[in-house]
Design a protein around this ligand. Structure first.
Ligand SMILES: Nc1ncnc2c1ncn2[C@@H]1O[C@H](COP(=O)(O)OP(=O)(O)OP(=O)(O)O)[C@@H](O)[C@H]1O
Length: 255
């Protein structure tokens, strides 16, 4: 995937071909009862300056289709590390990650890119929108990369951006949008290709409390309407309580 298309998806990671259909699977895809995400014994350690930190120490997590799960934990507890692992953005972990039935360990770089593009949506604390493109194009581009026709992609972008309350800002570039508006565009982009699972890392962390509440409320409503599942890392207990389930990272495992 080119830098531009990675950025269009709001993701980073290893390279792979654009426009190839997602085919790799070893089982549960299409089975509505199967988890969209299942990690088993997921572990990750970092060695720095001779010291090894065991950040994840056997994380077992299953998320059902359409389920919205809050991932809580203090700073440094490993929330971002967990999201990067399940987003197939980082290697170096042990254990199993299955996304819609596909075992990540069995995928090569191109296969991981396909899963990210076809199954996952990403929202970060900072929007990572393409600065030279307006709101509409930021939501259209990932759909074009995914193989959509431009007219259909523009219709969907307009629908999503309007549902998020930024339908009057379609032709504004990111720098011409407020922080809350930028995050709403990032949410629309994450949902554009109807991902099975949205991974959100402090999606409202850079917004004031009032705006964070509104954007998170709109994010949750839209994710529910779209039928996607979500794993949302946050420090905020109050925001976490609005989700279907709360899991907590403590000393490398979920409690
Ligand atoms: N590439 C890396 N090399 C070395 N250590 C790392 C690396 N990435 C993360 N860590 C360490 O792993 C631990 C967990 O980091 P992580 O960013 O996952 O925490 P977090 O819960 O998301 O924190 P925050 O809420 O502050 O964003 C931290 O102690 C961090 O220093």
């Amino acid at each position: 995937m080119s830098d531009a298309s990675e950025a269009a998806h709001g993701q980073r990671g290893d390279a792979g071909a654009i426009g190839r259909g997602f085919a790799a699977s070893d089982g549960a895809v299409g089975d509505g009862a199967a988890p969209v995400l299942q990690t088993t014994g997921l572990s990750r350690a970092f060695t720095q300056g001779g010291e090894t930190i065991h950040v994840l120490r056997g994380v077992d997590l299953a998320i059902a289709p359409g389920e919205i799960v809050a991932l809580l934990g203090p700073s440094g507890s490993g929330k971002s590390t967990l999201l990067q692992a399940v987003g197939l953005l980082e290697g170096g972990f042990e254990g199993s990650i299955r996304i819609a039935g596909t075992e990540a360990a069995k995928l090569d770089a191109a296969g991981r890119t396909d899963v990210r593009r076809d199954r996952l949506g990403f929202v970060y604390q900072f929007h990572h929108l393409l600065p030279d493109f307006d709101a509409m194009e930021n939501v259209v581009l990932p759909q074009l990369i995914h193989g959509a026709e431009r007219a259909a992609a523009e219709d969907r972008a307009t629908t999503l951006l309007t549902a998020l309350g930024v339908g009057h800002r379609l032709r504004h570039r990111p720098a011409q949008l407020s922080g809350g508006e930028q995050q709403r565009v990032a949410v629309a982009r994450a949902l554009a290709n109807r991902p099975a699972l949205v991974l959100a890392d402090e999606p409202t962390g850079n917004l004031d409390e009032h705006t964070a509440d509104r954007v998170l409320g709109e994010f949750l409503r839209l994710v529910r309407e779209e039928g996607s599942a979500a794993l949302v890392a946050t420090h905020n207990e109050r925001l976490a309580a609005k989700m279907d389930r709360v899991v907590r990272l403590h000393e490398g495992v979920l409690t």
